[in-house]
Design a protein around this ligand. Structure first.
Ligand SMILES: NC(=O)c1ccc[n+]([C@@H]2O[C@H](COP(=O)([O-])OP(=O)(O)OC[C@H]3O[C@@H](n4cnc5c(N)ncnc54)[C@H](O)[C@@H]3O)[C@@H](O)[C@H]2O)c1
Length: 381
């Protein structure tokens, strides 16, 4: 089968997301399946250039995966005519500068969220990208997870009747780093380095809510910095200055209320690291990363409040599992494939820098709401 190549520069590939999800689970996986089949019968073959700060780390990753192209010279890579797409999964604080340079160089842009640290910059990047006539996309991986795909399917199929509310619970205990190493990078816990759970997670909640339920019209948030001392990758103590929990109420068009708790200081008593319960007049669902369970109106029990008696029902067992009914690929890979089709076949693609900017806007207004202790309506961008 004829093969067509597309050059992709990957910056941030030594990091957690860049390496595992984007390089190994997405782009190398696409190569392992012989490239991405296109409509015209050809296969699209990603040619990868690994970009970063450490030559030794890049070389080590390249050699581990049989790749030969890496560079620490970003401007030189952006000047190469065989590089079509610039991908960024660097720490958030480095993103703006890199995206501007890539847009200036006329490359298509695909980037991790959040696309910037503030909404003014995010909008500016989206405008610049549009003006340059390039294609642009932002990672919105949660939408492609099996649990949320099943949830979206229930919404599309009218299962819920009128949707009333969404309750989201996200989080797990991130070790402080003293007696057990932390399982997340330390920059996440330093405000000056672009850390903070609101900036990290509200962009995710924005696209999940917007794409599955409707436009988010207002936010009320409380954020906390529960753990203020942590130990970094070198075992050095540091002041954890960024928020590590955010308790948000999001109003959605049509009267739906979503409450989502996000925390790195919570212990898990759930089936999955994130779960959303959706209640509607006709039925309810609980969706996680992989699974989704439902309870229809007709099979809803009628509990009676009586604290004098032990619970008479096993409530969890009364829910029904939603079947997969299709094969779900890795969410990051699925979105990469859509973006590649958008670039080469002009396939429709709505997860662009404007969508990314709306996510940054929700984080910024959430933080403002917490600071000022008030509900904030979300203006159109
Ligand atoms: N989509 C998701 O679910 C998801 C999950 C986690 C993180 N993210 C986003 O991905 C990005 C990377 O997060 P991560 O968890 O992979 O972080 P990480 O610390 O593991 O990786 C950061 C990468 O940035 C590079 N980098 C460039 N300049 C740097 C600097 N000055 N200081 C430190 N590192 C620098 C590092 O070398 C590394 O390759 C962040 O923007 C984060 O918001 C997205």
């Amino acid at each position: 089968m004829a093969r067509r190549t597309i050059g992709i520069a990957l910056n941030g590939v030594t990091g957690r997301m860049g390496y595992r999800q984007h390089l190994v689970r997405s782009l190398l996986a696409i190569r392992e399946q012989g490239g991405l089949p296109l409509r015209d019968g050809t296969r699209l073959w990603p040619e990868l250039v690994l970009v970063g700060r450490s030559e030794s780390k890049l070389r080590e990753i390249a050699e581990r995966h049989g790749l030969t192209d890496w560079s620490t010279d970003v401007p030189a890579v952006l000047a190469r005519p065989d590089v079509d797409i610039y991908f960024d999964s660097q720490v958030t604080a480095q993103r703006e500068k890199a995206l501007r340079a890539a847009i200036d160089a006329g490359k298509h842009i695909y980037t991790e969220k959040p696309i910037a640290e503030d909404v003014t910059t995010a909008v500016d990047l989206a405008r610049l990208a549009d003006a340059a006539g390039i294609k642009h996309g932002v990672v919105q991986d949660k939408l492609f997870l099996p649990g949320l795909r099943k949830l979206a399917r229930l919404v599309e199929g009218g299962f819920f009747g009128r949707i009333l509310s969404v309750r989201g619970e996200f989080g797990y205990w991130v070790f402080e780093g003293d007696w057990q190493p932390a399982q997340r990078p330390s920059w996440n816990y330093r405000a000056a380095d672009g850390g903070g759970i609101t900036v990290d997670m509200f962009p995710h909640w924005h696209y999940v809510l917007e794409q599955i339920f409707g436009k988010v019209t207002a936010v009320t948030a409380h954020v906390s910095n529960h753990i203020d001392k942590r130990w970094d990758e070198a075992g050095e103590a540091y002041d954890a200055t960024a928020d590590d929990a955010a308790y948000g109420i999001f109003e959605i068009e049509g009267g739906i209320v979503a409450q989502i708790n996000s925390s790195w200081a919570v212990r898990v008593y759930r089936d999955e690291l994130v779960e959303f319960q959706v209640d509607g007049t006709e039925g309810s669902a609980v969706a996680g990363l992989r699974n989704c369970r439902i309870q229809h109106r007709a099979s809803t029990p009628k509990p009676v409040w009586n604290p004098d008696l032990p619970a008479t029902e096993d409530f969890r067992s009364q829910w029904q599992v939603v079947p997969d009914n299709e094969e779900f690929d890795n969410g990051f890979k699925a979105q990469w494939e859509l973006f590649l089709r958008h670039v080469v076949e002009d396939a429709p693609y709505s997860w662009d820098l404007w969508a990314g900017a709306r996510g940054v806007q929700l984080a910024e207004l959430g933080l403002q709401s917490a600071r000022e202790g008030r509900r904030i309506e979300i203006p159109e961008l």
